[in-house]
Design a protein around this ligand. Sequence first.
Ligand SMILES: Nc1ncnc2c1ncn2[C@@H]1O[C@H](COP(=O)(O)OP(=O)(O)O)[C@@H](O)[C@H]1O
Ligand SMILES: [Mg+2]
Length: 403
Amino acid sequence: MKTNPGGEIDPQDAVGRGETVKLLWQHLEQQSINMVSERRIGKSTTVKCMLDSQPNQRVLIVRDVEGISTPLEFVERVAQDIEAHLSKTKKYLTKSRQLLAHLSGTEVAGLLKFPPGVAREWKSILEKVTEDLIDQQGETRYIFAWDELPMMIDKISRKCGTTDAADLLDLLRHLRQTHPRLRMLYCGSIGLHHVQTKLKQAGHINDACNDMLTFELTPLTNSDAKHLACELIAGENINCLEPQAIAACIAKETDQIPFYIHHVIRSIKLNGQTLTNQLVSNTVQNALEQAQDPWHLQHYRERLPSYYNNDRLPIVLNILDNIATQESPVHYQSILKQIKSTMNPDASDFTSKVIHGDEEALRDLLNLLLKDHYLVKTSQPLGYQFKFSIIKRWWCIHRDLLQ
Ligand SMILES: Nc1ncnc2c1ncn2[C@@H]1O[C@H](COP(=O)(O)OP(=O)(O)O)[C@@H](O)[C@H]1O
Ligand SMILES: [Mg+2]
């Protein structure tokens, strides 16, 4: 197996997602799923593995929707994807084509391409397309996997307005409720909760995903991470005396995240030295320190203003700086104490609110940091710590903090 950090990898080269894929398919029998995780944990790869192991009469329709920025474009892709599958059994979206002909006054022949002028009708078209699918599917069940859906909703909200964005999420839920056999799998690295918060702030109050199962994709298990490292060491012909022990070191240093495992071994291959634990440590340290940021870790800092806005940013930085420098989990009271003793209430309105006693605001913020995969909450001892030690290490380097 060759290293390919961040590239499309073949399902055969995906390690350790067999049980997860089985579980996802089992859940989909009952319910639609919102799959969440930090970026680069392996969501898209896992979906590809699902494609490779579709149960009998289950058809997964996968579409990366990141580039879509209008509801009509989305509905058009959905319709085209459905027809591409249905046409294999000589079935077509007959009623949808009739509706489109009626709306536009022209016949829609060949590839289902929406005529101009039907944009305002996207809701009725999506409803008709779904009805058509349900009528035509027979014993087969089609499952829509939409990768980067939160990103699409965010783009729609910016380009077409929050009403269209909220309406699309609502309509998708309405369709799941109207057609109990319809299933959807949303995937995304930016949390849908951020997009929904923006929609709520604009007055749209529905929680349009509360019927879905939230499924968190975790890094690889320790033994799968070691296995991946061993396969890559062998595949890249790297000179190594104790591959098992070194693989264990790589798994530990990378938090068992496959993307970083690929990266470490790629750098070592390019460097050409004999692989030792020391070389692994140096390689990771170097990746964390390099200004070129080969692992794209700046992203963890750069996205903060858009996630938390400038009002909450000063406190977020204070919390993360504080927790990054502690060896053990930090208790809520200690986080609050640190804010009060080191921050100026004038830093922002939010800071002032928290310093003057609005503890609920602080708890809500900590909850968001949990949802955004920066932190985890521990019970023994009770407190908060970084979810990934690799991010904690990078944060300290980036922020000039002594660990
Ligand atoms: N199961 C896996 N086995 C081997 N490598 C993986 C696996 N999952 C992810 N990777 C590596 O991590 C990279 C990022 O994975 P990807 O599925 O794109 O993550 P996400 O969709 O969560 O951002 C891939 O390009 C590949 O190098
Ligand atoms: Mg992805």
